[in-house]
Design a protein around this ligand. Structure first.
Ligand code: AMP
Ligand code: ZN
Ligand code: FE
Ligand code: FE
Length: 279
């Protein structure tokens, strides 16, 4: 584990957060400062398809808060998008890094194809406009939506999704993504613990069983989208399948959806993850 725990791993944890290197608002340094000021005992950075925030996060956390390097991979399972968290991934692993570079290239290619469709429909946005919205972050549809709003082609992000780039929008193109099983293998190969992110109500027990057989190590139990019945269901499932229970706020920045540290995650989860990663 990188960083050290001033409180011996006791106290509140947040194991699901995003920085400006994907679609979060804060830099890794600002995120760590906020976590320390909130009195958290540990934090994981889990940006979408990138490890670019890990080094700065680990450095800022040193001696102040326990830091867990993580990632959130977009995957597809039977045509449905599932997110896979990876904890204690080796952020220096060249093979892993090059796979991630490939995923980000696929994201960009897909956005460019949606831009082409929009151009054909008369919305003159460019891939450069979208990249300007993304800044250092991993490019995605929210940045395209922002470019559409900026160009005056949509009234709001919501309007952009509804009319153009949401699942039923006229310029929507699905994003190519690895299968959940391939992503599990990828996380395992670089020493990480693969954890099914916020499965919500759309994932069947049979699916989780199959993923567990494929090497899944845990399931995200505590998440803002999980009401009490979902928490109970995934706790039971985790116990039956021998999966680690994890949780976090899925923090994307102050004032955006859930605030940092608002999911109740037991302190022992830190040790469970470290043990599973062989740390
Ligand atoms: P992408 O990974 O490029 O397909 O973008 C997916 C992201 O778009 C999700 O993580 C959401 O943050 C955002 N998103 C999806 N649907 C909507 C919507 N209807 N309104 C606003 N944001 C959305
Ligand atoms: Zn996100
Ligand atoms: Fe997610
Ligand atoms: Fe997330």
């Amino acid at each position: 584990m990188q960083g050290s725990a001033p409180r011996g791993g006791e106290g509140r944890l947040d194991l699901h957060t995003h920085t400006c290197f994907s679609d979060g608002l804060l830099t890794p340094e600002a995120l760590i400062d906020l976590a320390v000021s909130r009195g958290l005992a540990a934090i994981a950075i889990t940006d979408h398809d990138t490890l670019d925030g890990i080094a700065a996060g680990a450095a800022a956390a040193e001696g102040r808060i326990t830091f867990v390097p993580g990632i959130e991979l977009s995957t597809v399972n039977d045509g449905v998008e599932l997110h896979l968290l990876g904890y204690h991934v080796d952020s220096a692993d060249e093979r892993f890094r090059s796979e991630l570079t490939g995923f980000r290239a696929q994201r960009l290619g897909r956005i460019s194809r949606m831009v082409e469709r929009l151009n054909e429909m008369g919305a003159q946005v460019s891939t450069e406009d979208v990249l300007a919205q993304a800044g250092p972050g991993v490019v995605g549809r929210p940045h395209l939506a922002a470019a559409l709003v900026r160009g005056g082609y949509a009234e709001s992000m919501d309007d952009a999704f509804r009319r153009f780039i949401g699942r039923s929008g006229s310029a929507f193109i699905p994003r190519p993504a690895p299968t959940t099983e391939d992503a599990i293998a990828l996380v395992r190969r670089c020493g990480g613990v693969p954890v099914l992110a916020h499965p919500g109500s759309s994932v069947s027990d049979a699916t989780v069983e199959r993923l567990a057989e494929a090497g899944l190590g845990g399931v995200e139990v505590w998440h803002p989208h999980h009401a009490a019945p979902a928490v109970r269901r995934y706790r039971m499932l985790a116990s039956r399948l021998g999966l680690i229970e994890t949780g976090g706020s899925d923090f994307h920045g102050p004032g955006r959806s859930a605030e940092l540290g608002t999911s109740r995650v037991p302190a022992r989860v830190l040790k469970d993850l470290a043990r599973a990663a062989g740390r």
